[in-house]
Design a binder for this molecule. Structure first.
Ligand code: NOJ
Length: 542
């Protein structure tokens, strides 16, 4: 699956912002790459305080991105090419400009309109302290005080992200009923499923008690407050959403897919979200969080295979997304100034991920080997985390810079035929090296590695679903077998090691001299030699 960050994919109107018509124009490119489907980042009407994760209307298209007719054309175009379409649905919170929240602000404390959110009286003699000590994920308190319609200082409302993203109260049945309507609205328009934002959120501890470590979420940038996330009631919602999907499947035989953004402390808890009657998939972020180290990768993969795949569900792997520093940079490179090490490692990691049992999600630009854009000037940064942490955290803009498609200067074909357009985030000159036209023409490019890997995933029965068997390997090397005779090995070190299989690899992330696996390189072989020793030292032979 391929994540399309709509505002940065392809701009059909020349306003410097990607749009749905741009996505449609890019479908043949994605078909050529070989993806099974796309996940579209939010394109709903929104004041864009968090790039569309602040939804003002769940059943429409923001004019910046197009309209419903254009959306329908995109779905038709994708279907024609056999590409599935997933929408990003944001049920934990809406926009402060959503009609429900406007109504709540205009209504009195205790009203039905306020009961759709978490409104509460403040603490302190005059209610001047927030109702509890929770901090928001993006920094600052998780509560904002409102002014009541009569002008007096009033209640507080909860927002686990920015104040412009009030959390919905899922204990109120009206909220669930609204999202039923939203799901059906888009399923009726032909979408194949949903990526669910903050899928371990939705419910909060019913008493909203103080947290012993209120800043943990902001400090770790992870949803770790056990009172605010991962409450048991959320599983009922996913069971219900699954039943809605099954209802559509029963009508036309086409499977629908729910993939959750699930951030929970352990793989065991993660597995609960992908039980047979809940989500089909949930992103397993531990691989993304692992440093470039063979032991750490092995530990993460082993845990996932044991605790998630071991219970009969699928592991959904991801190395990049719109919230994270890109792999090329995380593993060591900085734009063109880098040593090439980050690029070599990111290529190797890609082959590793594509060889693992389960699903894989790519983030746009990953197939071009883009590095993070690290030198964006402060004034162009739009990530609310930057604003809310007093300009300390420059985290999420650098992976969201509009894609380069062609040519030698910005906008690199991003804005249709226009040349004098400024994309919404400035593209660095070195993007020229990564433009899709160059990538397609160069068979040694990152793009070809992904294309070849995806083709093999389609054609080889050993890849995709199934099991994994670790093979004995030298320190710093991971080697495993898939199904009947497919071996994948990754050399995390810098010096070459003997290849685990003699003969030329089927696919390699770098050049492999006969019998060797160079440093920072991964390769796949088909081997009929069954003498590879299984290494079950971590208790894993699945
Ligand atoms: C997760 C999304 O991936 C991120 O971009 C967004 O800011 C938060 N959820 C809040 O919706």
């Amino acid at each position: 699956m391929y994540q399309v960050y709509v505002r940065s994919f392809l701009d059909s109107t020349g306003d410097g912002i990607g749009d749905l018509a741009g996505v449609r124009a890019g479908l043949p490119y994605l078909k050529k790459l070989g993806v099974d489907g796309i996940w579209l980042s939010p394109f709903y009407p929104s004041p864009q305080h968090d790039h569309g994760y602040d939804v003002a209307d769940y059943c429409d298209v923001d004019p910046v991105f197009g309209d419903l007719a254009e959306f329908d054309r995109l779905v038709t175009g994708a279907r024609r090419l056999g590409i599935k379409v997933l929408l990003d649905i944001v049920p934990n919170h809406c926009s402060s400009e959503h009609p429900w929240f406007c109504e709540a602000l205009a209504a009195a404390p205790g009203s039905a309109a306020r009961a759709r959110f978490h409104f509460a009286e403040g603490r302190g003699p005059h209610g001047e302290e927030p109702p509890n000590n929770w901090h928001a994920m993006f920094g600052g308190p998780a509560w904002t005080r409102v002014t009541e319609p009569d002008g007096s200082p009033g209640q507080w409302y909860l927002h686990m992200f920015t104040p412009e993203q009030p959390d919905l109260n899922w204990r109120n049945p009206e909220v669930g009923a609204h999202f039923d309507h939203v799901l059906r609205f888009w399923l009726d328009r032909g979408v194949d499923g949903f990526r669910i934002d903050v899928a371990a959120g939705l419910f909060k501890h019913p008493e909203l008690p103080d947290s012993p470590d209120p800043e943990a979420d902001a400090r770790t940038r992870d949803s770790v407050n056990p009172l605010a996330w991962n409450q048991p009631e959320v599983h009922d919602v996913w069971r219900h959403w699954r039943s809605v999907c099954e209802e559509y499947t029963a009508r036309d035989g086409q499977e629908r897919l729910l993939v959750g953004e699930v951030s929970v402390p352990t793989a065991r808890e993660h597995a609960l979200y992908v039980r047979p009657d809940e989500l089909h998939q949930a992103f397993f972020f531990d691989l993304l969080g692992a440093p470039w180290d063979a032991d750490q990768f092995r530990k993460v993969i082993s845990e996932a295979m044991q605790d998630i795949a071991g219970t009969g569900s699928t592991v959904t792997w991801v190395l990049n997304n719109h919230d994270q520093v890109r792999t090329v940079t995380r593993y060591g490179d900085h734009g063109t100034e880098g040593s090439g090490l980050g690029t070599a490692r990111a290529r190797a990691a890609a082959l590793l991920m594509l060889a693992l049992p389960g699903a894989a999600y790519l983030y746009q630009g990953e197939e071009l080997g883009l590095a993070e854009v690290l030198d964006l000037p402060d004034e162009v940064l739009t990530d609310p985390i930057f604003r809310r942490t007093g300009s300390r955290a420059r985290i999420r803009d650098g992976c969201r810079v509009p894609l380069p498609w062609s040519g030698h200067a910005s906008p690199f074909g991003f804005s249709a035929d226009a040349v004098d357009v400024k994309p919404w985030l400035p593209q660095p000159d070195w993007f020229a090296e990564h433009a899709t036209d160059r990538a397609l023409a160069d068979t040694s490019s990152f793009w070809h590695l992904y294309r070849d890997g995806l083709q093999l995933r389609h054609s080889l029965p050993q890849l995709g679903e199934g099991t994994l068997r670790w093979l004995e390997s030298a320190p710093g090397v991971l080697s495993f077998a898939r199904g009947d005779g497919l071996v994948c090995a990754v050399n995390f070190g810098t010096a070459p090691v003997p290849a685990p299989v003699s003969g030329a690899p089927l696919l390699a992330s770098g050049s492999c001299p006969a019998g060797l696996l160079p440093g920072s390189t991964a390769a796949w072989w088909i081997s009929d030699d069954t003498s590879h020793n299984t290494d079950d030292s971590m208790g894993l032979s699945r």
